[in-house]
Structures are given as C-alpha cells and as structure tokens.
Design a protein around this ligand. Structure first.
Ligand SMILES: [Ca+2]
Ligand SMILES: [Ca+2]
Ligand SMILES: [Ca+2]
Length: 420
C-alpha cells in the first residue's frame, strides 16, 4: 500500500483542510455558458438513489474459481478500525485518550513516527502494509495491502502477495484479485499458518458489506455478513501470465485487458508498457492538449504555465516536481465516450479508459475499481478569444485550467484548485 498516499489523504480529511484560490473576479473573466449548460445537463441525468446494501447472495458468492472457502472453528476476532486510528496504536506506546484530539495536537510527532514506519521494509514490503507472512520449504510469502489497482478511499486497498523462493534475495509481487472491502476481508491476526503448502495460502476471514453511505470524508461503515470463515487461494493462479506480457491474468482481468494477447489494442506497445493499453494512442491538436493533463500537467515552467508547441509534441516545458501529483502517480480509471480523450498518450501515468457502457458492466463484476480521473470537455470562454476551460478531478481534489491559443500552439495554466 502506498502508505504515504493514505497518510496524506487521511491527514487532509482529519484536519478538515480546505483550500481554494479561486476569486470571483477571475471566475467572471473566464465565464463560459457552454460550461454552465454542460453541468446543468449532467444534473438532470443525475438520479439520487437511496442507499441499499448489496444483496447477501451477491456478497457471499466466491469471487474466483481458484478460491475455496471453509468454516473456521474457534475463529479469531475481527477488528475493523479506521486504518489511521489503528495505525496510531502501533505508532504511539501510550494511552492517548481522544485520538482525534491527540492527532491535532501532535501532528509533527506523528509525522516523524510515520516517517520511520514508512521507511522500514520486510523484503520489498513496507512493514505497515503487512497482513501476514509465512514460509514453506524454500518459499517465503508476504500477504500485504497495496492500493495500486484499487480505490482505497471508496473500496479499500487490494490484497497482494510478495513471493521469494531464494530466502528474500529477490521478490515478485502479485495482485490476488481480492480487495479488503469487497467482500472477503482478511483477519490480520489469523492463527492459520499463511502457507498451507508451497502453492496455497490460507487466512481467516469474514464477509463484509457496506452498511450505509456516510458523507465524505468519513470512511464508509461496514457490517459483518458472515464470520468464522477461512479462505484458501491457489498461488499458481495468482502468478499465471498466459500471454507473457508481464501482467498476470488476474491483473488483466481487472484492467479489462486481453490475457491471451500481449498487445490488447494492437498499437505495437505491449500491455504492461502501454500507458493507455485499451485504446490505440492517436494524434490530433485536441489530443495534444489532453495529453498535458495526464502525467504532464505538472511539467510547467517557472510561472506555472505549460506551453504546447504544435511543431514539437515532446517539448512540454521543464519537469517541475509536485509532491501531490507524484504521490498519486498510479493507475487510474477514466470513463469517457469522447474519441479524442480515448486516444490520449499519457506519459507518467497509466490510464485504463472505458466507455460508459463498458463501465456499467464492469462495476457489476468489480465493485472496487481503480481511482477515477475525471476531465471535462473543453469549454469556450464567453468573453475571450481562443480561450477555453477544462475541469479535472482526481481522488478528493480537482482543478480548473485555462487553455489559450498562442503563436506556436497552446498554453495551459491553472486557474483554481480544490481539495475536499
Ligand atoms: Ca499477461
Ligand atoms: Ca495481455
Ligand atoms: Ca498496446
């Protein structure tokens, strides 16, 4: 798990941190009727449904054929604490009383304790992400959390397995296809040996489901649907890569890629190296602009402006480091039916792009998805010539950018940003 990222997210929420630099005057200057009618249209299609918990039959369904579920006698108790408050207990060796209050008062102390914890690893896994480890013969396995393929805010982190067959000299890391909140949740204090044999890991678990919708930024509440279970997973299925493209079949399944074809979109770049593996990247003036928002938008010059030279696509200004965007640089999901957006060529970030129809089917199979990136169409500003506006959002923040035509091509700059 990218613990830095989780820490950052929780911290922002705990401190009730809100930030905006938008000013009314500037808002007026860049006003766009096209933008207003676009969001009015969205509002009309928005259906406000009451929350209904997922059917018990659905949550109990065993998610993969290579998983077996058993009844567990004398089960270990299950704790489902807020991950950050849970972490506090392992970090601080004293009774802190009100944890929220303690956190507010001891911010820098906690931050430095986190720093130590973040840097300590077992093999390739950060200590704080480990659920359980075990050995069988020459095999050493670590079961741990990682949010690379899952939206840890709305769906919880994914379960991953690190495997070493040479006493920890080298490791390989595999996604198990399972996620902590949907619906089989592992018990960290499971008393079963992690490795039942070299090809099977086992752990005690419960089945949970979301009990109610709570307003952001509170974590959702879950209820235990069934306790006293254990799960057995066939490791050979976890590590299988049928088309040899360095992505396991399970990872490809999750990304809607073809596990039997090393180059799903047929553009000559193999799936594991393709930053947009589901759609062939194309080129057009609009795609050049969109590219700047996916992995390139932080490469602005000293004045915070990204200049796009139409004669030279690769020149997008100096690489300016931005801690927030670097932390968040992972795989994200973009749902769009826009042909130009589907053709983007992200540089520092992998985008799984789905059409709205594909996504409708997908979310029935995978209640936990990747973190979503959102980007609006380009809206023409009413009062200014050759000036457009784009709104983006990612995780719990967003930004508005202005795009202006220049002699050479385009320039893009940040108008306002927010974190909720
Ligand atoms: Ca593969
Ligand atoms: Ca493939
Ligand atoms: Ca490809």
């Amino acid at each position: 798990m990218k613990s830095n990222k989780i820490f950052l997210y929780l911290l922002i929420n705990f401190l009730g941190f809100t930030y905006t630099n938008a000013q009314n005057k500037i808002e007026k200057k860049y006003r766009s009727k096209a933008e207003d009618s676009y969001y009015d249209g969205l509002k009309k299609t928005w259906k406000n449904k009451d929350f209904v918990p997922v059917d018990i039959y659905v949550v109990k369904k065993i998610p993969y054929p290579f998983i077996k579920v058993f009844k567990q006698n004398n089960p270990t108790p299950y704790y489902n604490e807020n991950p950050f408050l849970g972490m506090l207990d392992t970090l601080v060796d004293e009774d802190v009383g009100d944890k929220n209050e303690f956190l507010r008062k001891n911010f820098s102390k906690i931050d430095s304790l986190m720093e130590i914890e973040r840097s300590e690893k077992v093999g390739v896994v950060y200590k704080m992400s480990i659920i359980k480890q075990g050995r069988f013969g020459n095999r050493w396995c670590i079961l741990y959390f990682d949010s690379k393929y899952d939206d840890f805010v709305y769906g919880g982190a994914g379960y991953w397995l690190a495997i070493s067959d040479n006493d920890g000299k080298t490791w390989k890391q595999y996604y198990t296809g399972l996620t902590e909140s949907f619906y089989y949740s592992f018990k960290k204090n499971s008393k079963l040996e992690l490795l039942k044999d070299a090809d099977t890991f086992q752990i005690e678990c419960v089945i949970i489901r979301k009990k109610e919708e709570v307003p952001h930024p509170m974590p959702p509440n879950y209820e235990i649907v069934q306790d006293s279970l254990s799960i057995e997973v066939d490791i050979r299925e976890i590590i299988k890569d049928s088309d040899n493209d360095s992505l396991t079949d399970i990872a490809e399944f999750k990304m809607l890629l073809n596990p039997k074809n090393a180059d799903t979109d047929g553009d000559g770049i193999i799936d594991s190296e393709d930053r947009n593996p589901r759609f062939a990247s194309r080129n057009s003036e609009l795609i050049k602009i969109y590219n700047a928002f996916f992995g390139n938008y932080h490469r602005s010059n000293d004045k915070g402006i990204i200049e796009i030279d139409n004669s030279n696509l690769s020149d997008l200004g100096k690489n300016k480091s931005d801690s927030l965007t670097e932390e968040m640089d992972e795989i994200s999901l973009l749902i769009t039916d826009d042909k130009d957006l589907q053709g983007v060529n992200p540089r520092d970030k992998t985008l799984i792009i789905m059409t709205s129809n594909e996504y409708e089917r997908y979310k029935d199979i995978f209640p936990s998805t990747f973190i979503k990136s959102e980007i609006s169409p380009m809206f023409k500003c009413d009062k200014l010539k050759d000036t457009y506006k784009i709104n983006t959002s990612y995780l719990t923040g967003g930004a508005t950018y202005i795009i202006q035509k220049t002699k050479k091509g385009w320039k893009i700059f940040l108008l306002s940003s927010w974190i909720s």
